[in-house]
Structures are given as C-alpha cells and as structure tokens.
Design a protein around this ligand. Structure first.
Ligand code: FE2
Length: 321
C-alpha cells in the first residue's frame, strides 16, 4: 500500500469535522456548545448534518466529543459499550437516574468504560476546550441513544423534537414532526426502576483506569486495558490495549481482525509494505484485516497510543466477570 492509499484510512485531528446539531440537547443552554465527531463507523447521530470520516464498520465505532469549559453532555444511556479516554482537558463523569449515583474526575490519558444501561453525562470542568475520544460497541453503536426523560422535555422548550424514528426536528428551522411520525416515547417510571445503580466505588474499581496506572503497567510490556483478562474485565466486541515507547514491539505483524490505533501522546510512524505515515496526537488510523504493519514512536519520551481490536464477542451489555 502506498502512503497515498493509506491516507484514506487515517483521520487527522486537525481535519476533524464537527457536527454541532448531532443530538437532542443541541439547543439546550449548558449543552449547546458541544461538538460531536464521527471518525469511523456509522455513528449514533440524530441529525443528518453529521460528517462521517471513514464509513467502514469494523465492528465498533470511533467518535469524539469536543466541549468548551462548563459544557455538559446530557444524561443518556447506551445498550453497547461506551469507552472514553481523555485526549485534552479535565472532565467530570456522573451517572444515575438523576446523575447523582456517582462521579469520577478524569484527566488527560485516563480511560473510562461506562457500563451499559445506566444514564451517564459528562462535563468539561477544565479551563480550556476539552476533547474525549470514544469507542462505541457494535457496527450500529447499539442502534441509538436513550435520553433521560427530562432531557427530551427540556429540548422541546428550545425547539428540538425527537421522533420515534430517532431523527430530530428543529422547530427553529421551521421543521415539525411529520404526521406519520410519533414523538419518541419517554421512559416510564416502571422502566426507569430497572436501571441499575452503580456506586462510585464500583465504578472506580471496574470501569476506570488512570493514566498513571496505565504508564506504570506499561513498564512491564503492552497493557490489555479492556478485555477478558484486561485491567477492566469486559467483552464488548473489542479489546483495548495501551502501548507506549517503552512497550511497543518493534516488529511487523498482522491480525485477521480490524484494528484502530488512536494516538494519545507524541508522534508515531505507521509503517507498512509500500510506505509509512506519520501520526500525531489525536490522529486515528484504521487497519484492515491482514495488513502487515508496525507502529514506531518517533520520540522516546511519553509516546502512547490506544489500540482497539475487534473480537468475535457480540457487542451487547457490559459483562460482569
Ligand atoms: Fe454516549
């Protein structure tokens, strides 16, 4: 493969195209400044405005959330995995029916694997633009987002209506719900009762790993962050590994599964038969099955990346192992 051909599989941070109207809270004060990015996959957006950088579906989706200080992504839940690592900034993740069951603070390089079936929200509590990189389980990312009832109700006040078809109608743009489309039904109190409760302690133990712990573990070699035997034990249809300038393997290799490399720190060279490409912080590359390649850090300090590899597990609820 030539480097020109490889460029089709690389999404550079500097080229990311945001969608500002991806979700129902796009007009709600406190959430209306958020930017949503769909990097690889089919995406979960409720708006036709979203730009998908690479439309291949490797068994999971890669996306990102960019938010200025003080901006919150509203309470919602997913039926498949939602993994974030902090590329930039300082974030507060909180969850539960009212967002009050627990919280963790995540800084640059920290990773969270939010369990399926709970309402989660996240706010940029830093003082500059923050960026979260995301992995969502399944080719269709679980088919969409379930919003907490008050998120849907609040949005209506600011002109946005979510249809049962999963699409948004913006009354500020003169749109209205078509007569053949019902509004998205709100979850009933009975349905809400079945949402699990996760404490901060449980979350810290099973669903969060700090950058410090990742770097410490990487001194002994490549780190399996999410996997059957990972630091965070789960089988969401993919595994996540953490690789640094200390632990990278300086040999060409291949796998018969899709992989995605997401650069967290430093610059890396992606090398393959026919060429090489330089990747910087925030860049993402999709590796198609059976491509022989290696990733080599170009600086000797603090270079790190997250590698996502598809597995044959079904993308579904979080495993409790
Ligand atoms: Fe989400």
């Amino acid at each position: 493969m030539t480097s020109e051909e490889m460029e089709k599989f690389i999404v550079r941070y500097a080229d990311l195209k945001p969608c500002k109207t991806a979700f129902i809270d796009a007009h709600t004060p406190g959430s209306n400044q958020k930017e949503n990015f769909t990097i690889i996959g089919s995406g979960v957006s409720e708006s036709p405005d979203q730009h998908v950088h690479i439309k291949e579906t490797p068994g999971f989706n890669i996306g990102a959330a960019g938010q200025p200080p003080g901006c919150t992504n509203s309470l919602h839940s997913h039926t498949t995995a939602e993994v974030f690592y902090v590329l930039k900034g300082r974030w507060r993740f909180f969850w539960g029916r009212d967002g009050k069951d627990g919280e963790v603070i995540a800084n640059e390089g920290d990773l969270v694997n939010i369990p399926t079936g709970i309402f989660r929200a996240f706010k940029n509590i830093g003082n500059s633009y923050g960026m979260l990189m995301a992995v969502l389980g399944g080719d269709d990312a679980g088919g969409g987002v379930t919003w907490a009832p008050e998120v849907i109700n609040n949005a209506k006040e600011y002109g946005l209506i979510l249809g049962e078809n999963g699409l948004l109608y913006d009354t500020k743009k003169g749109e209205s719900l078509p007569s053949h489309v019902n509004p998205m039904p709100l979850l009933s109190e009975d349905e809400l009762k079945d949402f699990p409760i996760v404490t901060t302690e449980e979350f810290q133990e099973n669903f969060f790993v700090s950058a410090t712990d990742l770097f410490e573990s990487s001194k002994k070699g490549s780190v399996n962050v999410i996997g059957k035997n990972g630091i965070l034990k789960d089988r969401p249809g993919f595994e996540v590994d953490f690789i640094t300038n200390n632990s990278f393997i300086d040999e060409f290799d291949f796998t018969d599964q899709y992989q995605v490399n997401m650069i967290s720190k430093g610059s890396w060279s992606l090398e393959y038969e026919g060429g090489s490409s330089e990747l910087l912080e925030g860049d993402t590359c999709l590796i198609t099955p059976n491509l022989t390649y290696r990733m080599v850090p170009l600086n000797s300090n603090d270079a790190s990346l997250f590698r996502v590899t598809k597995t044959n597990d079904v993308a579904g609820p979080t495993w409790r192992m």
